[in-house]
Write a protein that binds this ligand. Structure first.
Ligand code: MG
Length: 250
């Protein structure tokens, strides 16, 4: 892996689309959630004006922008409201993509998640370390105070499903079919792009496949994601800020 300041204008010559993970890349890590009975409270990070400006400038220079996140569509639309005309939103770990009001569904998980859901719901009502469910359409996201073995045990009984603890929540989803890499493959088809036309940046384990799928991979946390280039973690700017500053410097 090379530090990002070694990226050259030549490296960028074929790049037509830049794919951004959200948490830990465009905003600081962490979504706060609280569920009391049937009331769910979500506290979300907003994207800074500076990043909105940088994305707008990338767009003016002719780059396509794709946002790839585990978050739900409603939340991404709210975060990127000012720049919705020119960003595509791939949500719930590659499950679907929204672009200019049209939704491209990449996977149908209903049959596979419908049976596990009541079991997790029951567990959540009994376990105080489970904060609550984040509203999602295609995956199940359970926010927890800590890692909870019972969740992992329940999911293990369904061979088609997988889950993993990311430090604040569990995403329960289809193995192999609900990943950011699958989402990116569909997005490349929609925009008629090849791998070499795509640059992707991510910071967490579920971004490894995403960045590998792109021709130009950038890691925002080299302890978790291996890539061609990396952005140093310590620093006053968010990883996406550093990357955009670099691209816009050419
Ligand atoms: Mg992230």
């Amino acid at each position: 892996m090379k530090p990002l300041d070694q990226i050259s204008k030549e490296d960028l010559s074929k790049i037509k689309m830049i794919v951004f993970d959200v948490d830990g890349v465009l905003v600081p890590r962490g979504t706060k959630i609280k569920q009391v009975g049937n009331t769910t409270t979500l506290q979300t990070k907003v994207i800074a004006e500076k990043q909105i400006e940088q994305i707008s400038e990338l767009n003016r220079r002719g780059y396509l922008i794709n946002i790839s996140s585990g978050r739900g569509l409603y939340m991404l639309q709210e975060m990127f409201r000012d720049i919705l005309p020119f960003v595509s939103l791939t949500y719930e770990n590659g499950s679907a993509t929204w672009y200019r009001g049209k939704i491209y569904q990449h996977v149908n998980s209903f049959e596979y998640l419908k049976d596990v859901f009541p079991k997790l719901k029951k567990l959540a009502s009994e376990n105080k370390d489970i904060r609550g469910f984040e509203p999602k359409e295609f995956i199940i996201t359970l926010h927890c105070k800590k890692q909870i073995k019972e969740i992992e045990e329940i999911v293990k009984k369904y061979p088609k499903l997988t889950t993993f603890w990311n430090g604040e929540a569990y995403d329960v989803e289809l193995k192999k079919d609900q990943t950011k890499a699958v989402g990116l493959r569909h997005v490349m088809k929609v925009f008629k792009l090849k791998r070499e036309n795509v640059m992707a940046i991510g910071d967490n384990y579920n971004d490894q496949e995403l960045v590998k799928e792109s021709g130009m991979s950038v890691s925002a946390d080299k302890t978790r994601v291996k890539a061609k280039f990396y952005v140093p973690l310590e620093g006053e700017f968010l990883p996406a800020d550093v990357l955009m500053q670099k691209i816009l410097s050419f």
